[in-house]
Design a protein around this ligand. Structure first.
Ligand code: NAP
Length: 271
């Protein structure tokens, strides 16, 4: 058997939304380490995105921080324009930006519902649509990738696990799953691959209260058969693989990166 090689993204241009923090920042750094040129999008945390860019550049890579709100059509268009203007093309898009605005269902305001759907679902639609347009318009280059382009949608285990108190978030991720699969079906013949990643509980700013104290972490660990909270790098490794030619025959699938959270652990001793 040939020895396994690390996935390479050499000479490819990757745009990562929400790259100023958490999972997106780890993906941007891992893409840089795999040889990709990285457009690191942020909405409000310029310093976070600049730090990611500094790290990539210090390691010998190329990167740029770009501000845009992914829920705004014009801003998404400008984000892609700026990426292509700086780096000439775009080969990989990770629609990662996401938020939570939690409330009991009866107390949830229309604004809380709408904002989460706008960022988590419409934002991914706008980025994926712009990605497909750019992939179609540019010359495919089989020397750098077998696919014409690759889209990775950041989903969540809550694309399948219902989540009381977070109905807006779970609805957005359920929507992401079927958007991803329907789009994958539509564009596969054009050699565009579209996949999702469904992280479980990953240590980031979005869910600090779930792991920040030992008591909270112990409670959370009951939901994770593998026995540890995930790190952003766990998700980044999956993203590098899904963006690389090592997954060239994979499209329309969600890769669970969750330590078994979606395996209904409560059934282990109580089924
Ligand atoms: P995070 O640390 O809070 O990062 C969220 C990122 O999204 C930030 O970079 C933020 O940018 C960006 N963002 C928010 N609204 C935006 C907008 N309108 N336009 C552009 N960027 C925007 O959270 P995270 O855990 O890394 O979350 C990343 C993704 O993973 C989300 O889609 C989330 O649903 C998903 N996920 C996370 C977990 C987990 O356990 N952490 C589990 C499952 C899924 P600024 O700070 O610059 O505004």
């Amino acid at each position: 058997m040939a020895p396994a090689t690390l996935p390479s993204l050499k000479d490819q241009v990757a745009l990562v939304t929400g790259a100023s923090s958490g999972i997106g920042a780890a993906i941007a750094r891992a893409f840089g380490a795999a040889g990709a040129t990285v457009a690191a999008n942020y909405r409000s945390s310029q310093e976070g995105a600049e730090e990611v860019v500094r790290d990539i550049v210090a390691a010998g890579g190329r990167a740029l921080a770009l501000q845009a709100d992914v829920s705004e059509e014009d801003e998404v268009r400008r984000l892609f324009d700026a990426t292509v203007q700086a780096f000439g093309r775009v080969d990989i898009v990770v629609a990662n930006a996401g938020i939570q605005q939690d409330a009991a269902f009866a107390d949830m305001t229309l604004q809380q519902w709408q904002r989460v759907l706008d960022v988590n679902l419409t934002g991914q639609f706008l980025c994926a649509r712009e990605a497909v347009r750019r992939f179609d318009a540019q010359q495919a280059d089989p020397r750098i990738s077998r696919a014409r382009g690759k889209i990775i949608c950041m989903s969540s285990v809550h694309e399948v696990i219902p989540w009381a108190g977070h109905v807006n978030y779970a609805a957005s991720k359920g929507g992401v799953m079927l958007m991803m699969k329907s789009l994958a079906q539509e564009v596969a013949q054009r050699r565009i691959r579209v996949n999702g990643i469904a992280p479980g509980a990953i240590r980031t700013d979005i869910n600090t209260e779930a792991w920040a104290t030992p008591e909270a972490e112990q409670k959370l660990l009951k939901l994770i058969p593998y026995g540890r909270v995930g790190d952003p790098e766990d998700v980044a490794a999956a993203a590098v693989w899904l963006a690389s030619d090592q997954s060239d025959y994979v499209t329309g699938t969600t890769l669970m990166v969750d330590g078994g959270m979606s395996l209904y652990p409560a059934f282990r001793e109580n089924g």
